[in-house]
Ligand binder design. Structure first.
Ligand code: NDP
Ligand code: HSE
Length: 440
């Protein structure tokens, strides 16, 4: 059978990796897919650089639309990124009857509903394994491997850049800016690294997983997003003293009231495997009612790990190319006419436990007053740590840090109680609050 022909839009970090891995493992991939898969046309704004990578093995053009217009191309890979031109090109490729492979989580989290509806109407596939957790086949696991389960929750380290920064700061004492620069040099960071450090990239990925897990539309606008830029070094240190590590987690959870969808730094017990995931590695925990808790670990960013997922999608599409569209695996796991309208909860409705750091006057009765206000709100204390004033503020200091770990409570209940605690005269600075996930 003649090889399936692929057009590649954008030959940067991931595109370059996809081109190289496909060329290197061509024979192995042909034996698995049942026919050859060849990238025959590449579009990139920087034609000279693209030609250096392609070295005559494919036609290089500067205009992505020339690839889409080529009737010989069966599959278009979009590896440009962003919501702008990438959205237009993906929709045009679908309209032209091409299957699409993309690693663009931003595009799918924000415009996924439009894109999947267009693909369904046209009977083509939009595949996006590389969009979540790089080389880890988590989309395949959620959509196919765990299809028997009612998924209860997912919690993951799904941004390599921020995990790399947190690891470098903790283990090598690098400052934030130096660690971010290294992550950019290694090709982990997004074109706009704000997406990484402010938690937006992780929220894009959590949004996509949430849709697949619970059969709801992609709803990035309803995700709660908090990055790592506000994290203070002393909270990382206090968390360690209490037996926890701080990780940027993407969490989505089914509750009787609706779906939690949130990204924020979280304290995780140091004994959990996921707390020991370091560098640009990603790990995703999925809890299904039948299977229990499962863990998926691997490289979440970088050229060839991400290319591995892109090519897996190419093979999948090649295998199913001629299958009846109605019998293909649905893009979001559930059939489009069987989606659920489960509501995404606001943060005030979310239930979790908390780490609180209060800078307080080192005087009698402070702890009792704080404990009283929490107790009045029905918030149960799990642990308390109080540092000696001298250790916190230097010799003769009259201030100290009071660290409180709570049991599960509603965020709205905690917000209201903390407003009262904050108003106590002996609480001297804004209270630091981090969420804590036991992931049991
Ligand atoms: P890069 O910036 O390295 O590559 C993008 C490429 O697209 C560049 O070569 C760029 O050219 C080219 N380009 C830009 N505009 C156009 C256009 N209109 N037509 C043709 N080519 C164009 O990005 P990455 O490879 O890192 O990321 C690609 C996608 O993969 C993104 O959606 C990203 O979020 C996602 N992703 C990235 C991962 C990673 O580890 N890097 C991991 C998982 C997903 P020029 O440089 O000249 O602008
Ligand atoms: N910028 C992303 C990260 C790339 O650091 O995880 C992989 O999606």
């Amino acid at each position: 059978m003649k090889p399936i022909q692929v057009g590649l839009l954008g030959i940067g970090t991931v595109g370059g990796g996809a081109f190289e891995v496909l060329a290197r493992n061509q024979e192995e991939i042909r034996r698995r897919a049942g026919r050859g898969i060849e990238i025959t046309m590449v579009a990139d704004l920087n034609v000279a650089r693209a030609q250096q990578i392609v070295t005559g093995r494919a036609q290089v053009v500067s205009d992505a639309r020339a690839v889409i217009a080529n009737p010989a191309i069966d599959i278009v890979i979009e590896l440009i990124g962003g919501y702008g031109i990438a959205r237009q090109l993906v929709l045009e490729a679908i309209a032209a009857g091409k299957h699409v492979v993309t690693a663009n989580k931003a595009l799918l989290a924000v415009h996924g509903s439009e894109i999947f509806a267009a693909a369904h109407a046209k009977g083509v596939t939009v595949a996006f394994e590389a969009a979540v957790a790089g080389g880890i086949p988590i989309i395949k696991a959620l959509r196919e491997g765990l299809t028997a389960n009612r998924i209860e929750w997912i919690a993951g380290i799904i941004n390599g850049t921020t995990n790399f920064i947190l690891s470098e700061m903790r283990d090598r004492g690098l400052d934030f800016a130096a660690a971010l620069k290294d992550a950019q040099r290694l090709g982990y960071a997004e074109a706009d690294p704000t997406f990484d450090i402010e938690g937006i990239d992780a929220a894009h990925k959590a949004t996509i997983m949430s849709a697949i897990a619970f059969g709801i539309p992609v709803q990035f606008g309803k995700a709660y997003v908090e990055g790592i830029t506000g994290l203070a070094a002393q909270d990382i240190k206090y968390a360690e003293q209490l037996g926890y590590r701080i990780k940027l987690l993407g969490i989505t959870k089914r509750t009787p009231e609706g779906i939690e969808l949130r990204v924020h730094p979280s304290l995780v017990p140091a004994r959990r495997l996921i707390a020991n995931v370091e560098g640009a590695m990603n790990a995703v925990m999925v809890h299904g009612d039948a299977v229990g808790t499962t863990l998926y670990y691997g490289k979440g960013a970088g050229s060839e790990p991400t290319a591995s997922a892109v090519i897996a999608d190419l093979v999948d599409i090649t295998r199913l190319h001629t299958a009846d569209p109605e019998h293909r695996v649905p893009s979001l796991a559930f059939r489009p006419d069987a989606m659920s309208d489960l509501r995404v909860l606001t943060m005030r409705e979310v239930t979790t436990s908390y780490y609180l750091r209060l800078r307080v006057a080192d005087e009698a009765g402070v702890l009792a007053r704080v404990a009283m206000l929490l107790a009045e709100a029905g918030i149960s204390i799990d642990a308390v740590l109080q540092r000696e004033a001298d250790e916190v503020g230097g010799e003769g200091s009259t201030q100290t840090d009071l660290i409180v770990l709570t049991h599960d409570t509603r965020e709205g209940t905690l917000d209201d109680a903390l407003a009262k605690v904050q108003a106590l005269p002996s609480v001297l600075a804004p209270i630091v609050r981090l969420r804590k996930e036991e992931l049991a």
